[in-house]
Design a binder for this molecule. Structure first.
Ligand SMILES: [Zn+2]
Ligand SMILES: [Zn+2]
Length: 145
């Protein structure tokens, strides 16, 4: 596993190639996405980055997300209400566990997904390139309330 610093460096290099201007606040936005395991929304990252960089605009956060999407370094978890959430920690397809009450999103431990992909390929003749798998429920903390 790549350390998060070397991954950050690699992403910054990629963005420079795309002629993206790297400012300290953009690096701060990248760091939040890359290091967060809470699957933040754009608004959440915006709140966090404003602690150190109060002049950051929401548009800058959106622009950074779109660039990360273009270079496949972030996974978008789409929601019908438009409040998408992001995993910059694991930018490849993986299942998610979503609490319908508090909107917590976690990466569940799943061991059989490779089997499932192989089974779908065999049954359909498709070559599977990606998948999106979400489990919806009520998390343990919300069950206690
Ligand atoms: Zn919950
Ligand atoms: Zn995830």
């Amino acid at each position: 596993m790549q350390s998060s610093q070397s991954r950050l460096d690699a992403i910054v290099a990629k963005l420079r190639q795309q002629k993206f201007r790297i400012t300290p606040q953009r690096v701060a936005i990248l760091k939040i996405f890359l290091n967060s395991d809470e699957h933040p929304s754009v608004e959440r990252v915006y709140e966090q980055v404003r602690i150190d960089f109060p002049t950051t605009s929401l548009a800058t956060v959106y622009k950074t997300v779109n660039l990360l999407k273009e270079i496949d370094e972030i996974l978008e978890i789409g929601f019908v209400d438009g409040r998408n959430r992001y995993d910059g920690n694991k930018p490849y397809p993986h299942p998610h566990l979503i609490c319908m009450k508090c909107k917590t999103i976690m990466d569940p431990e799943v061991s059989s997904l490779d089997h499932l992909t192989a089974e779908v390929e065999q049954a359909s003749g498709y070559r599977i390139l990606s998948h999106q798998l979400e489990f919806f429920g009520i998390c343990p903390a919300c069950q206690k309330k």
